[in-house]
Design a protein around this ligand. Structure first.
Ligand code: NAP
Length: 463
């Protein structure tokens, strides 16, 4: 078995770096160190934890260009998007540096005069995180920042495609003064490290961002030691365009949510559901805009859409497009590829499909690529039926200027994140997370620190 992870640039297939895979002994040692650091870290006062987190954020910002370039190198996203992700990543650290100071308890009126009731919060213990490749910085800080703010030590396993960003962020945390045993990384394949994490009695919480099947597996494994879990899993976001929508605005927002990170985001619009009376105009304009996007190496200044992360991702997307065409879809834009299996790079031009129906795989499975399938609807009830008819419930979008339509859609869509005339509803200050098979728990906002805290209740009697 290989002892190294070979990190490749997905835009060229070139080797960027070889990273050591940690042995089981090393991972268990890291877990033990993390566990041992809990006593000390949980006693560091909240203001000091806050100060250390702010230091970390500042130092990351000082290395913004270096980290952005590292992300473009290992993930492929355009450099401008990588810079944006560094800001997004530090926004979580900034937010939880503040929240560290707001972990409040409460008193509860007792049922007799002789009692006092006090509810307090305490950190749950060592947290282990497993993160995906699509947002190598932000998916890590969205977990590390609230864990550290709450007083929990943190250990992370990044995706094998993108370990470098995580490793650098952890180094910078140490530079910021966060002890080396309080925040650590380990490298290895998910199935191996995941099992070590879930079987460890020292780890009290697993926080995972990735696909739904892996999330289910981790929930099952975590049950053995009754660990807390936060699961940020797959999505299959619907985007509904009502008859009255501002078309130009809806198209601009659809472009942003659909093609950012080459469509490799969990909240990316996967199913475009458009009122039949405006579908022609919407589809033509969307195809026109999609055709203008520049596909290429993320380091080229004018690149807007980078490569697909690997061959597996590429094959899945191409299979979905082919299946749709076979079942009657028409290509309005894209369906062009620049791929070299030998060299190891895979690009897909932004693709717009019309005449889409519900039998197509693309309407049932998460795509994770730059493909916009458009399906039409007559009534709002029908639009909601299409939108909700999936096991997923992460993000949904709709465009309408009619408040009754908007209120109806908000009330009936079974999704954790909803953008009404908004294609970019994420942020450190909001509770991000999914319903149904898209996950458990929320990250971000005041809700995002709760999963790292235990509630302890004290009843004082005989007063
Ligand atoms: P993935 O295959 O589930 O991988 C994600 C992470 O899980 C990687 O670190 C991977 O390790 C690890 N892993 C794989 N198998 C494992 C196992 N048996 N036990 C424990 N860990 C294991 O997902 P992906 O394809 O990289 O990422 C895309 C998915 O993530 C999509 O479904 C997307 O929707 C979802 N996502 C969700 C959110 C959200 O907030 N809800 C955000 C971003 C992405 P390796 O490095 O060995 O592969």
């Amino acid at each position: 078995m290989s002892k190294e992870i070979i990190v490749k640039n997905p835009a060229t297939g070139e080797i960027v770096k070889e990273v050591k895979i940690n042995s089981e002994e090393e991972i268990n040692e890291a877990i033990k160190q993390g566990h041992d650091s809990f006593k000390k870290w949980s006693k560091v006062n909240a203001h000091e934890r806050s100060r250390l987190l702010s230091n970390w954020s500042r130092i990351i910002q000082e290395h913004k260009e270096e980290i952005a370039e590292m992300m473009t190198l290992e993930n492929g996203k355009p450099l401008s998007e990588s810079r944006g992700e560094v800001d997004y990543a530090t926004s979580y650290i900034d937010w939880y540096a503040e929240e560290a100071k707001r972990i409040y308890g409460r008193t509860v009126p007792a049922s007799t005069e002789t009692k006092r009731i006090i509810v307090s919060k305490q950190p749950i213990g060592l947290v282990a995180a497993i993160t995906p490749w699509n947002f190598p910085a932000a998916m890590m800080t969205r977990k590390a920042a609230p864990a550290l703010a709450a007083g929990c030590p943190f250990i992370v396993k990044p995706a094998v495609e993108t370990p470098l960003t995580t490793m650098r962020l952890v180094e910078l945390a140490h530079e910021a003064g966060i002890p080396t045993d309080v925040i650590q990384y380990v490298n290895g394949s998910g199935s191996v490290v995941g099992r070590i994490f879930t079987s460890s009695e020292y780890i009290r919480k697993i926080t995972f961002t990735g696909s739904t099947p892996v999330g289910k597996q981790l929930i099952k494994e975590s049950a053995e030691t009754v660990k807390h879990v936060t699961m940020e899993l797959g999505g299959h976001a619907p985007l509904i365009v009502a008859e009255d929508a501002d078309l130009d605005f809806a198209i601009k927002q659809t472009m942003a949510t659909k093609f950012r990170n080459a469509g490799q985001t969990c909240v990316c619009a996967n199913r475009i559901i458009v009122h039949e009376n405006i579908a022609d105009a919407f589809s033509k304009k969307l195809a026109e805009e999609a055709s203008k996007l520049k596909v290429g190496n993320g380091f080229d200044q004018d690149t807007q859409v980078g490569p697909i992360i690997n061959e597996k991702g590429f094959s899945k997307i191409v299979a979905q497009i082919e299946d749709a065409i076979e079942k009657g879809a028409e290509v309005l834009a894209g369906n062009q590829y620049k791929a070299d299996k030998e060299a190891g790079y895979f690009f897909i031009h932004p693709t717009v499909l019309i005449n889409v129906n519900l039998d197509m795989v693309i309407m049932q499975e998460e795509t994770f690529g730059p493909v916009a399938p458009i399906i039409t609807f007559k009534t709002l009830e029908e639009a909601v039926e299409i939108a909700n008819n999936t096991p997923f419930g992460l993000a949904a979008y709709f465009f309408t200027n009619n408040y009754k339509t908007g209120t109806y859609l908000h009330d009936h869509l079974d999704y954790g994140i909803i953008g009404w005339n908004d294609g970019a509803p994420s942020g450190a200050h909001i509770p991000f997370g999914g319903m149904k098979e898209s996950g458990l728990g929320r990250e971000g906002g005041v809700e995002g620190i709760e999963p790292y805290l235990e509630t302890k209740y004290l009843s004082v009697g005989n007063l």
